[in-house]
Unconditional design. Structure first.
Length: 121
């Protein structure tokens, strides 16, 4: 079963068409890449697939109870977090839903890494 299925998606901002006619299916366990030149609508398509933004046309179906994490491209850093720590702020709900927990940070020489473990079932 597909996690996300999109049919004939289009997006316009007033008179400017960003994209049209996009259909796709993302299977469970699948890995995807959205690749293209700047300004072609990659981030917009991702926001539409995640339900953050509405398409101008077409439809998106998501698997019931699908959990997603999203870190916007224009995210500002807050506090004293490293970039990696800030990236992980998009993940706590996703980690919990997958049975994992972020315990803290392991520091090795000059690098901090997350310490994530699976929760007992």
């Amino acid at each position: 079963m597909s996690l996300i299925t999109a049919t004939d998606l289009s997006k316009s901002y007033h008179p400017v068409d960003i994209f049209s006619g996009i259909s796709l299916s993302i299977p469970g366990g699948g890995r995807i890449a959205i690749v293209g030149p700047n300004g072609i609508g990659k981030s917009t398509l991702l926001r539409i697939l995640l339900g953050i933004e509405e398409p101008s046309g077409g439809s998106v179906q998501r698997k019931r109870h699908l959990k997603t994490g999203y870190l916007p491209q224009e995210a500002g850093l807050s506090g004293n977090h490293t970039l990696w720590q800030e990236c992980l702020t998009a993940l706590p709900d996703l980690l919990a839903a997958s049975g994992c927990r972020l315990h803290g940070w392991l520091r090795t020489s000059r690098v901090q890494r997350p310490f994530i473990t699976a929760l007992p079932s």
